[in-house]
Design a protein around this ligand. Sequence first.
Ligand code: GNR
Ligand code: NI
Length: 178
Amino acid sequence: MALLDILIFPDARLRRVAEPVKQVDDSTRQLIDDMLETMYAAPGIGLAAIQVNVPKRVIVIDVSEDRSNPLCLINPEILAREGEEEMEEGCLSVPGFAETVKRAERVRVQALNPDGERIELETDGLLAVCIQHEIDHLDGRLFVDHISSLKRQRIRKRLEKEQRAPQPATSAAQRKAI
Ligand code: GNR
Ligand code: NI
């Protein structure tokens, strides 16, 4: 197991389109283990491989209260979307910011599991939002692409400045007050 570094917006590597996994093997499962460890440590409710600089179509998610229900999806595809829902989203690659994003309320998804078997699930609520957020990452999109360009530029400038001269972390509550 290993903790992986998470790329931070506006890093250009987050804009790559991730490649499908051709064969689910031990190296895929090792990546998943490391991603889960990194997600739980962060802590976050999801993580896409591209966020740890691996441009493959692999995501991990755990939206359970007690962090005991990991979901790993390889080559995930949305088969159907229904309805609309707005939710406040954050992202480990956009630390300290949260904005409301409109997405489908319900999705049906197919993917491979870590054993390489095809699975299908239909879900709504936070899990559906998280799956859409993670699949966005695999296509080089971030939640900030769903908000106004004014807000996006503001977030980009702050994070650029922070990465030039690392400063004490600013909490989300502090940022809202700025
Ligand atoms: O930890 C996370 N929280 C979250 C909250 C609302 C909607 C989506 C997310 S995903 C995010 C982790 C992350 O950045 N995954 O890519
Ligand atoms: Ni994210």
